[in-house]
Every structure is written in C-alpha cells, then in structure tokens.
Design a protein around this ligand. Structure first.
Ligand SMILES: [Zn+2]
Length: 192
C-alpha cells in the first residue's frame, strides 16, 4: 500500500441507501482496504446489517452521526494547532515523520480531540491504529511505530518545537532519519 496514513472524512449520506444520515443518530463506519488506501463507508445500522458483502472490513465501529456545525467558539489555541499540524503531517506522507505523527495522535487523544476506534497489529511489530476526530468524524489511520522509551522524550520535544514554530518540518525529518539509522532495539509504547 502506497499510503501509510490516510485521512478519510465521514460521509453525510448513507453509503448503501444514499439517503442522508440524521443528526445525533447511530452510524456504522467501516474502512475497506483497497490497493490505493482505505475506502470509508458510513451507513445506517439497519442498512449495514441488511447488506450482503463479499469483503471483510479492515476496521468497523459504531458511532453517532453529528451534522456539521458552523464555526463554534474558538477552542484553546494549542489544541487547534496540534489538530492542524497532524493533518499537515499526514498529508505530507513522509515516513520520517511517523514518530512525530504518532505522538501527536496520542496527545490529541488525551485532549479528547481524537478517539481511538480500532488497532491492528502488523507482522513487523508495529500497530495500525484507527483514530476518529470526535467533532467532524474524520478518520486517521496512523502507524504506531512502537517508539523506544529512550527516544520518546526526543520525539516529544520535536513535537513541542513544531507546535511552537521553533523548528521546521525538514529539521525534524532529518533528525528522525538519523535516529532510524541507529537500528532497532527494545520497544516501548507511549501509554501512561
Ligand atoms: Zn441507509
């Protein structure tokens, strides 16, 4: 698969019957792995249940559809910055940024901006985690690179530097390339 990280927006009509999803009602969301990324479906639960499928979802979860709202009151600046930064980094699709992207995702999950919907261990020991934006329903498939504990502080300081604008993306990518060249060691997660 060419793209390791994908942003997939929540649909506003049912992927199966094409009728609008109704505000604050249950929705079944599913990701289907295709040759060029993930295809997302958002469906009425009854449509999902009734549909005959000849494919297995990569991931599937129950959620609540929220209709788009016009610009609300501003959130604390830092959260918006982190949210924007992770979208920018995911769009760049640069493998050198994987540690930074993952740490940002964990920060956004702790800030209740993202919610983890699913996790899929990979053969190489990494984990693909499915995050959903609580507010607008965008889905992110993010690689958990199983950052080594001794490298975690460094990655966190890179994230802080990016958020405060004291470092450019190129500088961080170069630092991560150097670190990747050091080879593999014991893995640690970024959990509390
Ligand atoms: Zn439907």
């Amino acid at each position: 698969m060419s793209q390791e990280w994908n942003i997939r927006s929540r649909g506003h009509v049912c992927s199966i019957c094409q009728k609008p999803l109704v505000d604050k009602t249950p929705v079944v969301s599913a990701l289907r792995e295709t040759s060029d990324g993930y295809e997302r479906q958002d469906c009425h639960p009854e449509c999902w249940k009734a549909e005959q499928r000849d494919w297995e979802p990569f991931s599937q979860w129950d959620g609540v559809y929220l209709a788009p709202v016009k610009e609300e009151k501003k959130e604390p600046l830092k959260k918006e910055d982190a949210s924007e930064l992770i979208r920018k980094l995911i769009t760049l699709d640069d493998p050198a940024m994987r540690n930074v992207i993952y740490v940002l995702a964990v920060m956004l999950e702790r800030s209740k901006i993202l919610v983890e919907r699913d996790s899929k261990p990979q053969g190489d020991g990494t984990i693909r985690r499915v995050y959903e934006d609580r507010k607008n329903g965008d889905t992110f498939v993010i690689l958990d690179p199983r950052i080594r504990l001794e490298n975690l502080a460094e990655v966190q300081s890179q994230v802080v530097a990016l958020l405060s604008g004291t470092k450019t993306l190129g500088e961080v990518a170069a630092a991560e390339d150097a670190e990747a060249a050091e080879g593999e060691g014991a893995n640690a997660t970024v959990c509390d």
